[in-house]
Design a protein around this ligand. Structure first.
Ligand SMILES: [Zn+2]
Length: 165
């Protein structure tokens, strides 16, 4: 436990901000970069959305309990506008869980998933996941599902179709 706390503190100092004043936690940055690569592949814009955020961070104040922890969430201001994407530090205990949780939250925000695809069906946008390892072992396919089924991608396709006429 002490070791985990120490690592958390060390990582906190490694957190970095970018020029647009959106603070991006160093521990989530590689995952965010991977996610943006996929956005590029699917032609989904993300820069403007990114700059509207205050921070993307690993935090220690989300509910954590043996009966169920909130592993990640979008935090909104009083008008309901998303300010922060946060991930519970507990998710960092396993790199695969961290990856799935981070992509889930990025999906809510950047891919415009306002709802979950199901309660627990072994996909990234499920409300809960009883096995993160099923998803992690099927990652490339899971990414395809995440992006192709997303509201942002479907909207983009509709726009392309309607301008073609
Ligand atoms: Zn969710």
């Amino acid at each position: 436990m002490k070791k985990i706390i120490l690592i958390s503190i060390l990582c906190l100092f490694a957190s970095i901000g970018n020029a647009q004043n959106t603070s991006i936690d160093g521990r989530l940055k590689p995952l965010l970069e991977d996610f943006f690569k996929q956005c590029d592949n699917y032609g989904i814009a993300y820069h403007e959305k990114l700059f509207k955020l205050k921070k993307i961070a690993v935090v220690e104040d989300l509910k954590t309990s043996p009966n169920g922890s909130i592993l990640g969430m979008l935090q909104r201001d009083k008008d309901g506008v998303v300010e922060n994407i946060v991930v519970n530090w507990v998710a960092m205990l396993d790199t695969e869980i961290l990856k799935v949780v981070a992509f889930h939250e990025f999906g809510h925000y950047f891919l415009e998933y306002s709802e979950h695809t199901c309660n627990d069906c072994g996909t990234i946008m499920a409300r809960v996941n009883s096995s993160y390892f099923i998803i992690a072992n099927d990652w490339d396919n899971q990414l395809k599902i995440l992006f192709k089924q997303s509201p942002a991608y479907k909207n983009k396709l509709n726009t392309v179709v309607s301008t073609a006429y």
